[in-house]
Write a protein that binds this ligand. Structure first.
Ligand code: SF4
Length: 193
């Protein structure tokens, strides 16, 4: 039996890999100096671990964003965890009813600091088309939100754009922000210690 011949051109993998930019700093012969803020920010922004809180159709867009065509792993965020204790990015996708609000808040509280929140789609951001007695008119009524992604549903490109904006925030965040009075006051305004 003749062996099967595959005529596939193997692309060099190294051509597809782009390195993250190095943080600002001072470089000389044999040394590079930067600040801890920038180095930790660089590491955090490229290794966000999302906690998907998907309740309806926007969650399907998220599945598409995870899949090979868009591949959220290119941003270092392919490691989903369905336990809040291992995640630093809460992604809320879908309609959140008022009954579900306390559950969402509980999930947020169980996440360790530092944590960020992405509201994906019109429903999570503002209640969307469901202007009704039972639907929360935006998750920022129960948890602080860092970035909103518009659309009903947002396309995976919009989703990734939201993720990149979160990355910008994470990369530039001061290590002292979470201990600041301003941040504590923000959490207190939500009744969170
Ligand atoms: S924003 Fe639109 S697509 Fe997303 S959960 Fe709401 S109704 Fe569904």
């Amino acid at each position: 039996m003749r062996p099967v011949q595959y005529n596939v051109k193997v692309k060099k993998l190294e051509n597809d890999i782009s390195m993250a930019d190095m943080p600002e700093g001072y470089m000389g012969e044999g040394f590079f100096a930067s600040s801890m803020d920038k180095i930790i920010g660089l590491a955090r922004k490229n290794s966000l671990w999302p906690m998907p809180f998907a309740t309806s159709c926007c969650g399907i867009e998220f599945m598409c964003t995870m899949a090979s065509h868009y591949d959220i792993g290119r941003y270092g965020s392919e490691r989903l965890a369905f336990t809040p204790r291992q995640c630093d990015l809460l992604m809320v996708m879908g309609t959140i009813s008022k009954k579900m609000g306390p559950v969402l808040r509980q999930v947020y509280i169980q996440m360790a600091e530092p944590r960020w929140v992405l509201a994906v789609g019109a429903c999570a951001s503002s209640g969307g088309i469901f202007d009704s007695y039972s639907v929360l008119q935006g998750i920022d009524q129960v948890v602080p939100v860092d970035v909103y992604v518009p659309g009903c549903p947002p396309r995976p490109e919009a989703f990734l754009d939201g993720l990149m904006r979160i990355q910008d925030l994470v990369g530039k965040e001061s290590l002292r922000r979470r201990n600041s009075d301003h941040y504590k006051a923000l959490l207190e305004s939500y009744g969170i210690q």
